[in-house]
Design a protein around this ligand. Structure first.
Ligand code: NAD
Length: 366
């Protein structure tokens, strides 16, 4: 019997990993424009949410500590595997570190070879805001022009600009328990021609709001928004309640609205939904996108997006940023996987590196 060789076994796989650093990612976003970047990312997200069934999905794996959480978020389709490492430590800003820090990768499903590694701290803020805008375009009233933005930290500019650029929000009403955060947000938004109002309470920020975005950080069952504060017709974009023991919305807010989620098994554990009974009805957003479930059905209806951040969004963001960076020639080569003449002889790598290793020993001894 003649043996057939597949093309795959004859071609030696490329061992190239490309890297996008935060400095280059920021330069790319500056060149593209922050709103244009999020517009492009929202299109990539729609494309991927539209082929939801093609992805192997799971809730993320979380390791909790008293002050925070570290999460791994995997997803794959038939071609590429993506993962993100991300933390959430609300206490960090007190010691000069961000609450959220992240990086991630795309790998070939055929070989497992990691082909792209990227910063995802900036990219997470872009993808979270692009996701919020994608969802709000289907759920918020089309005449929405005013948004309350509660929580004015690292994510907030991106949320503000995504809703301005992709939904037509003109007035933003800002509130944070830390007035310096609100001043920082107002200053960063100054060049964008928005009507920005700094408020001294959540109630003040909610005045006339069509959309309410909550993006606060506190590892607690917080009540940023109570049931009586929500008005008919509002769309709630709840971004900050995203891990067990960390919520922003009173249960009454969820009961008063129709609730939309990214991936139900994950949101049941992590979202504001964690407060509700297991049979509380929610709709996964991809079904609205594909016309399989209704979005908003009336002007007086209250809609709630209980956002926690799902791995598919990072897959979309990674592939979108890689495409932008490739086109701009801004990817760097990263030496990550060793090149071997004989893939079964990993040990040979130690012989090749012998002179360098001796050099290290000499340096340590000196
Ligand atoms: N859903 C997602 O996909 C997603 C993605 C990224 C971040 N997040 C979450 O969003 C939240 C914000 O992230 P960040 O990077 O902007 O954090 P950050 O620490 O930079 O900012 C959070 C802000 O919330 C304010 N705040 C805390 N409690 C408040 C309250 N009761 N009322 C008003 N303001 C309050 C803080 O003063 C701070 O300015 C975090 O909880 C983070 O885990 C969610």
């Amino acid at each position: 019997m003649t043996r057939k060789h597949t093309t795959h076994s004859l071609v030696s796989p490329r061992l190239e990993t490309f890297f996008l650093s935060p400095t280059r990612a920021a330069e790319l976003v500056r060149r593209t424009g922050v709103v244009e970047t999020m517009r492009g990312m929202a299109l990539a997200l729609e494309e991927d949410f539209g082929r939801w069934q093609e992805f192997e999905k799971s809730a993320r794996t979380a390791n909790h500590s008293p002050h925070g959480v570290i999460e791994l978020m995997p997803v794959s389709d038939h071609r590429e595997y993506a993962f993100k490492y991300v933390n959430g430590h609300p206490i960090n800003t007190r010691s000069g570190l961000p609450t959220v820090m992240a990086f991630g990768a795309l790998a070939s499903v055929d070989t497992g070879m990691p082909e792209f590694i990227s910063e995802l701290t900036l990219t997470t803020a872009l993808r979270t805001a692009a996701t919020s805008a994608m969802v709000a375009r289907r759920l918020a009233r089309p005449d929405s022009r005013t948004m309350a933005l509660i929580g004015n930290g690292a994510q907030s500019e991106f949320q503000a600009l995504a809703f301005h650029g992709l939904l037509g929000i003109r007035q933003l009403r800002l509130y944070d328990v830390d007035p310096a955060a609100t001043r920082k947000l107002a200053a960063n938004l100054a060049p964008y021609g928005l009507d920005v109002v700094c408020c001294d309470s959540t109630d003040d920020a909610l005045r006339g709001a069509d959309i309410v975005t909550t993006v606060t950080a506190d590892k607690a069952y917080a009540t940023i928004l109570a049931g009586h504060q929500v008005m008919p017709g509002m769309h709630i974009n709840a971004v900050g309640g995203d891990c067990p023991g960390k919520t922003e919305l009173a249960a009454e807010v969820l009961r008063r609205g129709r609730v939309f989620v990214e991936y139900e098994p994950q949101t049941r554990i992590e979202g504001d939904l964690q407060q509700m009974p297991a049979d509380f009805e929610v709709t996964e957003f991809w079904r609205v996108l594909r016309g399989e479930a209704p979005g908003r059905t009336g002007d007086a209806q209250i809609t709630v997006f209980d956002s926690v951040g799902f791995a598919l969004e990072d897959y979309s963001a990674l592939r979108y940023m890689r495409a932008l960076a490739t086109a701009a020639g801004m990817l760097e080569r990263l030496e990550l996987i060793p090149e071997l003449a004989d893939p079964k002889n990993l040990f040979a790598l130690l012989r090749q590196s012998a002179p360098a290793a001796a050099g290290v020993r000499a340096a340590v001894a000196a």
